[in-house]
Design a protein around this ligand. Sequence first.
Ligand SMILES: [Zn+2]
Length: 238
Amino acid sequence: MRSPKALATPAFTAAPRDGSQAIQRAPGLSEEVYEAILARLMALKIPPGARITVDNLVRELAVSQTPIREALGRLEGEGLVVKTHLVGYSASPQITRRRFNELYELRLLLEPDAAGRAALAMTDDILAGLTQAAGVMSREGSADDRARYSQFARQDALFHDRILEVAGNELIRETLAHQHTHFHIFRLMFHARVTEEALDEHAAILAAFAARDPEAARQAMRVHIERSRDRLLPAFDL
Ligand SMILES: [Zn+2]
């Protein structure tokens, strides 16, 4: 049984190369492999556009090809990896400035309004769940910075998705989910400030929910998305 720690620190032990199905796969191994590759993509350790070689990952993660191919397939579905016929996998190119602006325009049209509606539908139970989600994000993890950064990206995605769910329009929720916004924007820059400031802004959104105040929730969400955009925009000038 492999621990997540073994994956966080690449192990250079020889992995079985025969693809033997006799190997007992630990439960959760696919998830761990997915997390390990996601962390490398989010932290640009595998840079945008770079080739991803299955054999290299087999060596680095000391696992067989199967969970790696599964993880790459999942990441392909999430838009972080592209598969080219006869060439194989590579990291998706960085989103363009135009696409970035379009994403934020879309978010600003949909998310503040959804936050307002979520405030009206708020219950103590839902609020407790959202607060817990925010608490998970702020907790100092034992993982290294890069792993924590990719975890934050996903938890932020879940936090925003949950608010859209409470707001109640499934089409809006699906539309935003299909953009995989959070993975793409967090991949622009690996920076601790991005997460720290976002947590304060999330706290303001939660306070508006706690007060059941739709106007305050709309405003807090608008401010959060605008600041998020302004934090990440300099990435295009690098
Ligand atoms: Zn957020």
